[in-house]
Design a protein around this ligand. Structure first.
Ligand SMILES: Cc1cc2nc3c(=O)[nH]c(=O)nc-3n(C[C@H](O)[C@H](O)[C@H](O)COP(=O)(O)OP(=O)(O)OC[C@H]3O[C@@H](n4cnc5c(N)ncnc54)[C@H](O)[C@@H]3O)c2cc1C
Length: 299
């Protein structure tokens, strides 16, 4: 069985900024997305790029160069962040790009908390600060060129970022998205559900406008059928038949973004469904990947 290649949107070539000549983008918005008492701190950060010549599409990432240098005096390497706005940015007419950045915290050998270099730099930045960035990159998470494709979007934590961009673009487009749309997002708790909680409902509104079905999996607040923590793949079980008919129809694309390790349970679910449809999952999965229909970006 073979599945046709998916045509995706093609980014235009904008101005070129590399690690040696980064663009200094000004912070125009900076606010915390997570509630103050939530375990993780995540910030929405908007950067003004209107004079840069940088262009991007929904689903691409931007490289940020943190301050400081390596032992040999070279600049620190750039960290990638998924762009969470649609191609024109959050504020119409003012070309910008937004990021959703979690402050990384890990323990050193003395069990002391250490903050991640670049995420801490971005989370501590303030309106008016200059952030060195390099070109937008990435072709995996680009949207299909046709609006008739059924979309299954799955994200955890800051993996929500590209989907905010997708939904912003789709809901602003003059033509409706004609394919079906399912968005599954995994967070620990409701108050940590980025862009979809009681104090920030942006994604709920965007999904409503775009006609997409939004489902949250709250691992510390919900249990799955066997009484364990509920993750996105468990949540997808409630749409099992709908997903099965989307796969049988073969005009779909799956996008997965977020925590490393999340792919396995999602792949297991697809294996169950596709086996019922009579497909050999390892072969089908490879075909889907080659056709641009199985898109994974985890970090
Ligand atoms: C395609 C892509 C998209 C991404 N999108 C996003 C996004 O939208 N939002 C987001 O928040 N992140 C995103 N990331 C992750 C981001 O690029 C960074 O990896 C993340 O912010 C951590 O970078 P940092 O500089 O803060 O941490 P670093 O300082 O680089 O530390 C990273 C890790 O290195 C280890 N480490 C470093 N130094 C030490 C040490 N001395 N001792 C022990 N361990 C150490 C730790 O395990 C730590 O967890 C994305 C990554 C990719 C590849």
């Amino acid at each position: 069985m073979s599945i046709p290649k998916l045509d995706k949107l093609v980014p235009t070539k904008g101005a070129s900024y590399k690690i040696k000549n980064p663009y200094l983008a000004t912070v125009t918005q900076h606010y915390e997305l997570s509630k103050v008492d939530s375990a993780d701190q995540t910030f929405h950060i908007t950067l003004d790029i209107k004079n840069s010549g940088i262009t991007y599409l929904e689903g691409q990432s931007i490289g940020v160069i943190p301050p400081g240098q390596r032992d040999d005096g070279r600049k620190l390497k750039a960290r990638l962040y998924s762009i969470s706005s649609a191609r024109d940015g959050d504020n119409e007419g003012l070309l910008s790009l937004s990021l959703s950045v979690k402050r990384l915290v890990y323990q050193d050998s003395d069990q002391k908390d250490v903050f991640g270099t670049c995420s801490d730099f971005l989370c501590n930045s303030k309106k008016g600060d200059k952030i060195p960035i390099i070109n937008a990159t990435g072709r995996i998470m680009l949207l299909p060129a046709s609006n008739q494709v059924d979309l299954i979007l799955i994200g955890t934590g800051t993996g929500v970022a590209p989907f905010r961009g997708f939904l912003q673009h789709i809901s602003q487009s003059p033509s409706k998205w004609l394919g079906k749309g399912f968005l599954y997002l995994g967070f620990k708790r409701q108050k940590e559900a980025l862009y979809c909680n009681s104090y920030n409902q942006e994604l709920i509104d965007l999904c409503q406008k775009a006609g997409f079905n939004l489902n949250l999996a709250l691992s510390r607040e919900e249990k799955n059928q066997s009484g364990s923590r509920l993750y996105v793949a468990d949540k997808m079980l409630s749409d099992y038949e709908a997903i099965k008919s989307i796969i049988a129809n073969k005009n779909f694309a799956v996008y997965v973004c977020g925590l490393k390790g999340m792919e396995e349970s999602i792949s297991d679910l697809f294996e169950k469904i596709t086996t019922e449809l009579g497909y050999d999952w390892p072969i089908f999965k490879k075909e889907l990947r080659l056709a641009g229909r199985w898109n994974i970006e985890v970090y």
